[in-house]
Design a protein around this ligand. Structure first.
Ligand SMILES: [Zn+2]
Length: 69
């Protein structure tokens, strides 16, 4: 079983051991954010740790480190 985390991109709940850890802290502009947040541009001042599910990691080309515990 193990911990479940929420994907920072799609909001899906999935097992933490499958998570990819990345840090958000950039100016992003893409249609996906527009859908989720209601803005087509968002500035995130501080980087914060987010978990990304394998599907989103692949889709967005996110390279991060795997959460292996
Ligand atoms: Zn996801």
């Amino acid at each position: 079983m193990g911990d479940m985390v929420i994907c920072g991109f799609c909001g899906r709940t999935f097992p933490r051991r499958r998570a990819i850890i990345t840090y958000k802290g950039f100016v992003a502009s893409d249609p996906f954010l527009k859908t989720v947040i209601g803005k087509d541009k968002i500035t995130i001042g501080l980087s914060r740790k987010v978990y990304v599910c394998p599907k989103c990691a692949r889709f967005y080309g996110i390279r991060g480190r795997r959460a292996e515990d």
